[in-house]
Design a binder for this molecule. Structure first.
Ligand code: AHR
Length: 495
């Protein structure tokens, strides 16, 4: 069987923004404590930041990191996490039924982002708090000095403002599980007023209104429409979150998860554009896809069944090679929508449904899903090019008939580098014929692949699953033909 695709530099979708390769650090389980931060660990610096995790974060190619939640933020007091560590209160974290020591807070996170070379994206609490506390936090972070909260930051040793550009107006407030859960009208009003006030303090910030927690929410689409009717003129992004649970379906459906993400993006765009049309806005809203991943969600209940403890191990999913193929395809989908998806954060960075796993007091390693992320972040450069593959289809229980091949390409005009990302979601090998005649004399560089399967990486075999190099593709008169093995993620590079 053969699939065909034409790649042409004039079919430009938009830039392959760095912000599409974001991640997320939440005060949840061992993402912070024992993950990015562990004073006393052999690799920790003077502040307690784990250097082994910092190295892996840089290798992963992460660009922007969202913090401090997630559900956690909806009952968080940001003031608890600044100032002398010895004075910080221990609190009940209602989201994850944990004890929060506050040994790590905003100033430690900002130091960590500087070390990791990533952009911070902060969330304000619009669950139990409101306009005032969001303004206080923004004043602490971004105001130069001479006022109460900016001088407090300076007293804590940080003279220059952090200048944080990306701010989330709360988290998943459509979800009944959220502390401070709201109706769309309640949240929309609060988000609009918070946005207006925040932009008075710092007009340069970009703000994200909460969209739905996932596409399956009963309020999905109506929530976005109502929230945007209140907030459209004040915000820059609407958020989207999605997780795919491999224990919750057949293999063909799991491998086709990106079909759902693709439809989700189109529906949110349509809803935002509807509000823009109705209210006569010229501005095109972007999506901040600030939580996405594979998550064996059914395991969460057992993890929560315990007393109040510090940093319990929560949802430390071990990913298979199949999960890596799915993650690769989700990245293909995000890139394909680079005209409307402006930020994307894989959730989360360390231990909690994460590409990086650690043992407290021990090693750190790369999960299977680390690899497609790192390779996509590294090679998706320049412009994203729209590709429309034709070829075989197959049936899935959840999504019906789906295209077996999913592709996207990027082209860097400066270096001439062309990268084609191709996923074979079907269960048979096939040939992908690439028509590259629109490029001047392309040369095949490399074909790298990850095959689906049940293998995982663990401390005993941290590199059991790694990408395989299949040799350089040949190009003949502007055409190239590559083998896409059954259920595999592929990166095919040309210059
Ligand atoms: O990433 C884990 C949790 O999933 C986040 O805290 C929440 O926003 C989402 O439901």
């Amino acid at each position: 069987t053969t699939a065909r695709v034409t790649v042409d530099p004039s079919f430009r979708v938009g830039p392959a923004h760095r912000r599409l390769f974001g991640s997320f650090v939440e005060h949840m389980g061992r993402c912070v404590y024992g993950g990015v931060f562990e004073p006393g660990h052999a690799s920790a610096d003077a502040l307690g930041l784990r250097r082994d995790v910092l190295d892996l974060t840089r290798e992963l190619g992460v660009s922007v990191v969202r913090y401090p939640g997630g559900n956690f933020v909806s009952s968080y007091r940001w003031e608890d996490g600044v100032g002398p560590v010895g004075d910080r209160p221990r609190r009940l974290d209602l989201a994850w039924r944990s004890i929060e020591t506050n040994a790590f807070g905003l100033d430690e996170f900002m130091r960590w982002t500087a070390e990791a070379g990533v952009e911070p994206m902060l969330a304000v609490n619009l669950g139990t708090r409101g306009v005032q506390e969001a303004c206080d936090l923004l004043e602490y972070a971004n105001h130069p000095g001479g006022t109460h909260f900016s001088d407090l930051r300076r007293k804590h040793g940080v003279d220059e403002p952090y200048g944080v550009q990306l701010w989330c107006l709360g988290n998943e407030l459509d979800g009944p599980w959220q502390v401070g859960h709201k109706t769309a009208d309640e949240y929309g009003r609060l988000a609009a007023e918070t946005a207006r006030a925040m932009k008075l303090i710092d007009p340069s910030v970009s703000l994200v209104a909460c969209g739905s927690s996932n596409r399956g929410m009963p309020t999905f689409a109506g929530w976005e429409a109502t929230v945007l009717e209140h907030t459209y003129e004040h915000v820059d992004y609407i958020s989207a979150h999605t997780y795919y649970d491999p224990s919750d379906g057949d293999r063909a459906s799991i491998l086709a998860s990106a079909v759902d993400m693709d439809a989700f993006i189109r529906e949110v765009v349509a809803t935002a554009d509807h509000v823009a049309a109705k209210q006569r806005h010229r501005k095109k809203l972007q999506i901040s896809f600030d939580e996405w991943n594979v998550w064996y969600q059914s395991r969460l209940r057992t993890d929560m069944d315990r007393g109040w403890v510090e940093a319990p191990a929560l949802i430390e999913d071990t990913y298979t090679a199949t999960d890596a193929v799915v993650v690769g395809d989700l990245l293909v989908t995000l890139l394909r929508h680079a005209d409307r998806v402006g930020v994307a954060c894989q959730a989360q960075l360390a231990n909690v449904i994460a590409p990086i796993r650690t043992i407290t007091g021990g090693a750190a390693w790369r999960q299977t899903i680390f690899h497609p992320f790192a390779l996509t972040a590294r090679y998706a450069r320049g412009a994203v090019l729209l590709t429309e593959p034709t070829g075989p289809t197959h049936d899935t229980t959840r999504y019906g008939e789906v295209s077996s091949v999913d592709t996207v390409a990027t082209h860097d005009e400066e270096t001439g580098a062309l990268a084609v990302f191709a996923v074979n979601r079907g269960d048979t090998d096939l040939t992908l014929d690439l028509d590259l005649r629109a490029f001047a004399a392309p040369r095949g560089e490399e074909h790298i692949a990850i095959d689906a399967g049940d293998d995982v990486n663990d401390p005993a075999a941290p590199d059991r699953v790694t990408p395989v190099t299949l040799g350089a593709p040949t190009v003949d008169s502007g055409r190239s033909s590559v083998r896409l093995r059954a259920a595999s993620w592929n990166l095919i590079r040309f210059t």
